[in-house]
Design a protein around this ligand. Structure first.
Ligand code: FE2
Length: 249
């Protein structure tokens, strides 16, 4: 990983953290059943460097279409690992992971190197691109947490989140419709938040970064195979998933 990217991201994260009332953010996260949205939180300079990397990997977008569920483009961790040092540095930044661990109350860590979804870009570029309602279900032995970062937002698409869908306390369902502007960060427990992205309009574009963290990085081999198949067909393509995970890379 690039040392200069790591240093620059480290100071960007420290600066962003200094603007937060950590106690208030943590309280809100728990009040919202493990969901938080920090509007335009990451520094513009960091977002600009990540957007440069978005443009660099654009030729590697893999488009996919699953009728009635999702349509859009993705770039996997394996491509980002080769061409996106700032994004990788953010994913692995110790101060960032410490913040997320304190927020969730769990010792989080990045996913293993064999997970194409661990850190990935989603491109909504064609009219109708969207993803239907789903949980970010964990196939790992432990819990999985999702962090979304808005990078390009020139669209009428919205991240729709339903809070308290599985709430044991029976709180009434709350639906939020969010624009993920550049620098906006959303974090949630993947097994709890029911969420979707509404269809893109004509001449619009939306690009977001997804970062996945886990409490226990091991996975039963059968679940790994199923997870890879899902990633191959729904996101990154067979070649990217199965060649990218090969130990020679
Ligand atoms: Fe999701």
């Amino acid at each position: 990983m690039s040392e200069s990217a790591t240093t620059a991201v480290g100071s960007d994260i420290e600066r962003a953290l200094s603007t937060l009332d950590a106690g208030h953010v943590q309280k809100t996260y728990w009040e919202q059943d493990e969901f938080i949205c920090l509007e335009r939180w990451l520094p513009a300079s960091l977002v600009a460097r990540m957007v440069e990397e978005v443009e660099r990997v654009r030729p590697r977008i893999h488009r996919n279409y699953i009728p009635r569920h999702k349509k859009g483009g993705s770039v996997s961790y394996y491509a980002l690992r080769e061409q996106a040092p700032t994004i990788l540095a953010l994913y692995r930044a110790p101060a960032f992971i410490a913040f997320l661990s304190s927020l969730t109350g769990r010792a989080l860590q990045p996913c293993p190197e064999t997970d194409p979804h661990s850190c990935a870009l989603y491109f909504y570029t064609d009219p109708g691109d969207h993803i239907g309602f789903h949980f970010d279900t964990s196939y790992y032995r432990g819990a999985r947490y999702t962090v979304l970062v808005g990078l390009i937002e020139r669209s009428s698409s919205r991240l729709v989140c339903q809070l308290y869908r599985k709430d044991p306390r029976g709180r009434p369902l709350v639906e939020l419709q969010l624009a993920t502007h550049p620098g906006t960060l959303v974090a949630f427990n993947g097994d709890k938040l029911w969420h979707a992205i509404t269809p893109l309009g004509e001449n619009e574009e939306r690009v977001s970064l997804t970062l996945e963290y886990v409490t226990e990085p091991s996975m039963h081999p059968a679940k790994r195979f199923f997870s890879n198949l899902k990633d191959a067909f729904a996101y990154f393509g067979l070649r990217a998933v199965f060649r990218g995970a090969a130990p020679t890379r």
